[in-house]
Design a protein around this ligand. Sequence first.
Ligand code: FES
Length: 157
Amino acid sequence: MEISFSKDDLVLIDNIQAKYPVKDASIMPVLWLAQKKFGWISPDVILLVAQLLSVSPSKVEGVATFYTMFYKKPMGKYHIQVCTNISCMLRDGVKIYDYLSDKFNIKNMETTADGMYSLEEVECMGACGGAPMIAINEDYYENITIEKLDSILNTLK
Ligand code: FES
């Protein structure tokens, strides 16, 4: 296993563990931290997290596979999530998803060949008031139009 957490990460992980009475409960937040650091939850990440938390790899894998927010393969530098749930759908969320899918020539959970962009169709992200909305990595963008989307994409490098 070549991957590892930094000293600062380990302090964060200690703090996470201290919040919970049982180790299992910290699997999800530690996986989240791991995904931020390594980009996706690879088999090596599962082993690393299991080792750190002294839980079985199958337990960690169970959490990683249950929640869609954990990626099981590398995603793009910019992971674009497009909500197509009811409020966003009624305000062109599907059109926005299709636009991006055509523009980058990728489908749901695929990544462009250069590794820059990946696309995900998601359920309600709790920002219905700003429908249609997208998220790029952890930033939300609301009241999206194709024009607005293109100008946001132009700012990404
Ligand atoms: S329906 Fe899109 S954010 Fe709620």
